[in-house]
Design a binder for this molecule. Structure first.
Ligand code: ADE
Length: 225
């Protein structure tokens, strides 16, 4: 999958996309990230990318011209599925991530300042939010979206199973995990996990999943019913 990112701060992405699983996915040829600096497309003398809002009010608004010029170059035929990261967008969920993971190419538009000129948003296919809180820009949300959806693309995770038992994959939170040693500072790993009895382990994990969900996120259980 090719992912074009339109941003005023491309450097923010280097650490995240150049490390760990994202880096490996790009090396394997499963993902390709292309960062585009919106400011470079500005036709104004000082390479401005934002301006005061018509009608007044606080903050600055991202101008349409640099965004449209960038789109003309990067996606002139509108082949990519275009997503703007905005607080008013559809809230990211596992099902939305799975749906987006099926696309051949995505284009992510990151806003900064108070917002993006509505005419630039009108040529997007969708707006996505990562939650009901407002961040200073769409860069972190874009990275969250990339990380989240890439887990649903075959080959990105080490084993195709790694997504199966995660929190939320069946609507429940994940069961507790332990690794060696079997006892640490007096705290013991539950015996059943050392038993080698896979049926019993499965049952324990299911029970713990339900217990954790009931304790921490009863709203998820309500949704399942
Ligand atoms: N930009 C600012 N806040 C955001 C959010 N919560 N989700 C997506 N984009 C944003």
């Amino acid at each position: 999958m090719k992912i074009d990112v339109l941003t005023l701060f491309p450097e923010m992405f280097h650490g995240v996309l150049g490390s760990s699983i994202m880096k490996r996915a790009e090396q394997k040829g499963i993902l390709e990230f292309v960062l585009h600096d919106i400011r470079e497309y500005s036709e104004s003398k000082h390479k401005n990318a934002d301006d005061y809002p018509f009608g007044g009010g606080a903050g600055m608004v991202m101008m349409p011209q640099p965004i449209f010029s960038c789109l003309d170059e990067v996606d002139s035929e509108h082949r990519a599925y275009r997503i703007a990261l905005t607080p008013r967008g559809d809230v990211l969920s596992p099902s939305l991530a799975k749906e987006l993971a099926k696309k051949d190419s995505l284009l992510l538009l990151c806003g900064h300042y108070e917002g993006i000129d509505e005419r630039a948003l009108s040529v997007m296919d969708r707006e996505v939010s990562i939650g009901d809180y407002v961040l200073t820009g769409g860069e972190l949300p874009a990275m969250v979206l990339i990380d989240c959806l890439s887990r649903f693309i075959d080959g990105v995770l080490g084993s195709d199973d790694s997504n199966k038992d995660e929190s939320f994959s069946d609507g429940l939170l994940e069961y507790p995990q332990y690794t060696r040693p079997a006892e640490y500072r007096g705290m013991k790993v539950p015996n059943v996990l050392l038993s080698g009895n896979h049926a019993e382990i499965e049952k324990w994990r299911r029970e713990k999943s339900l217990e954790e969900t009931k304790k921490r996120r009863p709203d998820l259980l309500e949704k399942l019913k």
